[in-house]
Design a protein around this ligand. Sequence first.
Ligand code: FE2
Length: 364
Amino acid sequence: MKNLPYDIKGFDHCELYVSNAKQTAHYYRTTMGFQPVAYRGLETGNRDSVSYVLNQDRINLVITSPLEKNTKIGAHIDRHGDGMKDVAFTVDDSEAAWKTSLERGAKSAMEPKEIKDENGEAVVSAIETFGDTIHTFVERKNYKGSFLPGFETNDLGVKSESTGLVHIDHVVGNQPDGEMQSVCDFYEKVFGWHRFWSVDDKDINTKYSSLRSIVMANDNEIVKMPINEPADGLRKSQIQEYIDYYETGGVQHLALSTRDIISTVRTMRANGVDFLPTPKSYYDTLRDWIGPIDEDIETLAELGILVDVDENGYMLQIFTQPLQDRPTLFFEVIQRKGSNSFGKGNFKALFESIEREQEKRGNL
Ligand code: FE2
């Protein structure tokens, strides 16, 4: 099922439902360098919820909280904790995207609606995907405002210091055991995406907390969504730990690209972002298999940055600790130097690190 009658141009924004949007926005602003650009809340006439839009280069995060009891947002937070509600796509025709998706078996989360303000107009619609997650289709028709109609430009008078994050490289969804294939089938059927890359539990020593993963990608591979499920190992899979706390399938991590991972991670660390620790032994053997790279391995070791290589080049990556108290959503910082890999060479080191954290939480 290819030949979509509309075009998905890329990730538009990701929206988090959290219990205290003001403080969450402050965290992403001060530790990761996102700039508040738009706002919707009591002051703009929105009585039931508040949203802060944060931007860095081509990344937009929307942080939303309810302003009253018994809301859908509040119910989402009660069930899942703070988490990612919406992975929104920029499209050229929101109504066609919605209609086509429904024809191909998707369920509607929001019928197409035209929204407008003094800066112009846009059309938004949405479909459901795994768990309680949705995909909004955003079509901006010559919209000149800072985000979308209904939002006001957020003029806090603060200038965030960028940490060098550029764009959303991929968004990963965790699924309960046995549901990975059906979610991949959904993306194949509804969007015509293909299986770009996969890893199964045989690729990973089962001593380590295990997973299966398939990366779904659109035709030009600009939009990539790896889909994971837990696999049996001797210990509890990190994916199962996520499912235990999130209760359903949901977004596990956002991978954000940078052109200089050393500078980005150094700044984020200094700002207070906690990353997963990498054992020193990883760097003792790195030189033996990685081949020539531009970066100084001592510096990578100091910052805990992982490296993986494939036939096209290499990539550098690091993972934050969970970004809220439940061990659910986290971010990845990634710099690609030719490689399109998803870090399979790092799974063992990464899983060992995650396992040590799971053990501290009593969840292994
Ligand atoms: Fe990733």
